[in-house]
Write a new protein. Structure first.
Lengths: 476, 476
């Protein structure tokens, strides 16, 4: 469910009239320290070194894949080396999905190879592949409206296009096709499913990503074509002759796997049981090295925490950095954490995750109790010199892995990264370190350092409590 | 050999003092027709339709590969359908090189897969691949200076970087590493050769291209890493631990193949034995569909010829469009043509090939006899409204496939395309139709239509004669 800004204002205004609690405030001395952290962050390369190290020394990190354990060991060692007070893991269990390879070709009318990647959680094809005629749709809704008779036994292709925007809103179009398209095509009796990659680029590099298939459910092989390959299929379909494609996907579920969230903590000096949480996810899709998605997210949090650790004194509350397990195939790390901390969610005073690359943060939003709104305004004022605008009306749920914690009552704050470039590389082999601009990365660290420090020092909380934000669910 | 502009001016000025022939001129009525052709071309999509058709209906066109014959049949049929007066083929024989596949991985210190492509004419590795330590160099000259003892038995890596420029001059750096690096490394006893792709992009798509290995010569497996993979290897080397890579290339020579140049002619109305020649090459590297390299080159020539064919009367001289065979692996089509027409090269009054994509032409240069210099100036004046500047000092040898004809005495004219984007996609899977901007493509057609028409109507020739330009060799 998405709330409009007006509905949101109302649902918080109402309890406030009864509660009329003490406003949360931030002391001028803390603002001054936050400003120093902000300036120091713009000259600090801890985040870069973390991101460089993880993407170089571990590389691709498919959840449950050959590097899952290695990545956890790497991040654990790095957290310890960086001087956190405590580092630990919390187990996360999820279905193991394996990609062994894939290829495809047009058989007729114009034989030629196609570049594609199987979607996460797709089953494989039979060993000899699937050869069938392609039936094309230009949107998810067009497939929805299709008569099953037109689809049965065929390879469904959906060719929705995404365009680049600062707020990345076209990902809604692309991810709907990728997530909901394959089950819909399965239901209509299709033999397999192809989509134009959910991306904004024209590179011959397909965008993988998970689809909505659970182990044991009916499912058909599903894969993403690169944008130029999608163009090619569309040009062939336009000529009116039957287009036959052969698809060979070697992938599928292989039981269960237990990974872990890896957590590092700076222990609070006054109320250590309360904490601010930030982080990113440790897993990545396998074709790239997961630099923008999401080594940078952990790196930014680590960079921010490190600067706070260098202050003469720990802030009042604890600060946690989480490297989440298996975000990509279903937010498993975030869900496990929400389950574990559900009852004590009031201790997680605020959370903010970085999972949209490392380009400049341009907007801050938050979903907090009304009495904390002014404190968010104080935080936003410290961020303003970084070119970050405060939208006090829009929700801020803290990001992908934190969505489950928000759902059980954690107050959320979102630092919105410029997504203009992000969806060109997201989930592709092109997600590599060179796509990160060190200067923009430092701006991210500056923003997170400010938010983390001020959340940990604020006088009063942000409204976290079991069920507190039950009406504010959905994506930022 | 490269001549400086001054040396060039001198070597043509000298014979002119003796010859003092009649200047070549172009009649005002012909200028007027050329101006009409130019304007009409800016609204004509024949070149686009040709390029779209060849890249969609044939796709990749590796010389001697599965589509070589199919491409010749396609282009022959299209030439005929477009109303040329005569269409024929001239056989071209060359070594057949086959790519069956390749893969590579870092074995230590940080195991992970690498994206690479074997270079054309590379031998394969033994079936189990080659596993060896990598020794890195940052330039061709550094490899040249290396002690063979430091290289023996190792995988040589050369990491020279190219940057994007309008005139594409950094390709000199990249192509030297690719062409001359592998034989040099072979000579020094290396086990295999890797380079940072000769490209200006940061995409995870390696740039293939031919290297200087002939059948039967000593040779080692040679391949190009994508730019992000090259970065990764360099970061690992910088850490100081031994970097071990496993390389599996399945490719190599397989006897000889006879393909053909396919030629289309508009028959001249007065002196049909004399002709202007333009075109592009029909072969492409196999990972892409050869849109910018070089379906567009033929498409541009076809578009220009078609407009001239629609005039009420054929121009005085013939106009030939050539779809050259196997440019990529050694200019075989151009060389076969030069051999065949060597004695009668005086009939090829002028030649200009398009082989640098389809972005806007920004410069015209020519290598002609001094008495034709004014006529080139007249042609350049008609091109000026297209934003094309005339550099009367620099050579213009007509382009890659025509270099062999120029070497035996053909006067050359070069229409320089903006190469800023070209070397990001050149020889990669990204060489696909979407990289062509229809508006810039039409500007190219306009320029070629003007040049072809005026060369075919000029009063007097441009200096083509056996051996005429023996001193002006090299690349444009």
């Amino acid at each position: 469910m998405r709330l409009t800004p007006l509905a949101l204002a109302f649902c918080f205004a109402a309890p406030a009239a009864f509660a009329a609690g003490k406003p949360t405030t931030i002391a001028p001395a803390d603002i001054a320290i936050a400003e120093q952290l902000r300036e120091k962050a713009l000259r600090d390369d801890t985040a870069w070194e973390f991101t460089e190290g993880l993407t170089t020394e571990v590389g691709p990190r498919l959840a449950a894949g050959p590097n899952d354990l290695k990545a956890r060991e790497w991040v654990t060692a790095r957290f310890k080396a960086l001087g956190f007070d405590k580092v630990w893991s919390e187990p996360v269990t999820f279905p193991k999905w394996v990609r062994r390879g894939e290829h495809a070709e047009v058989l007729a009318p114009f034989p030629q190879p196609l570049s594609l990647l199987a979607l996460g959680h797709s089953p494989g094809t039979p060993a000899g592949g699937i050869s069938a005629e392609v039936v094309g749709f230009d949107s998810f809704d067009a497939l929805k409206a299709a008569d099953p008779a037109a689809v049965r036994g065929k390879i469904v292709y959906v060719g929705a296009r995404m365009h680049a925007h600062q707020d990345g809103h076209d990902y809604g179009i692309g991810s709907q096709v990728r997530v909901d398209g394959p089950p819909l095509a399965t239901q209509k009796g299709a033999a397999a499913f192809l989509l134009r990659s959910a991306g904004t680029d024209n590179d011959r590099l397909p965008h993988t990503g998970v689809t909505r298939f659970d182990p044991g459910q009916p499912a058909i092989p599903a894969a993403a074509l690169s944008s130029p390959d999608a163009d090619q299929i569309e040009r062939m379909l336009k000529r009116g002759q039957p287009v036959r494609v052969k698809l060979v996907l070697d992938c599928g579920f292989e039981g269960e796997y237990t990974g872990a969230n890896v957590i590092a903590e700076l222990r609070g000096s006054k109320t250590p049981d309360q904490h601010f949480v930030m982080g990113g996810h440790l897993d990545s899709w396998d074709p790239g090295t997961g630099a923008i998605d999401d080594a940078a997210g952990i790196g930014i949090s680590v960079g921010a925490a490190r600067l706070i650790a260098q202050l003469p004194k720990r802030p009042a509350r604890s600060i946690r950095v989480v490297a989440f397990a298996n975000e990509e195939a279903g937010l498993f790390g975030g869900k496990a954490m929400a389950e574990k901390y559900r009852k004590s969610i009031g201790n997680t005073v605020l959370g903010s995750e970085s999972d949209a690359g490392a380009d400049r943060i341009w907007k801050i939003t938050a979903t907090v109790k009304p009495e904390a709104r002014d404190a968010i305004g104080q935080i936003a004022a410290v961020l303003k010199p970084l070119g970050i605008e405060y939208d006090a009306q829009a929700p801020g749920r803290g990001g992908s892995d934190l969505s489950a914690l928000h759902a059980v009552g954690m107050a959320g704050l979102s630092l919105h990264q410029d997504a203009t470039r992000y969806f060109a590389w997201h989930h592709t082999a092109n997600d590599t370190l060179d796509k990160i601009d060190p200067e923009q990365l430092r701006q991210n660290v500056a923003a997170y350092a400010v938010v983390a420090y001020l959340a940990a020092q604020a006088n009063g909380d942000f409204g976290s409590a079991p069920g507190a934000f039950a009406k504010d669910q959905g994506e930022d």
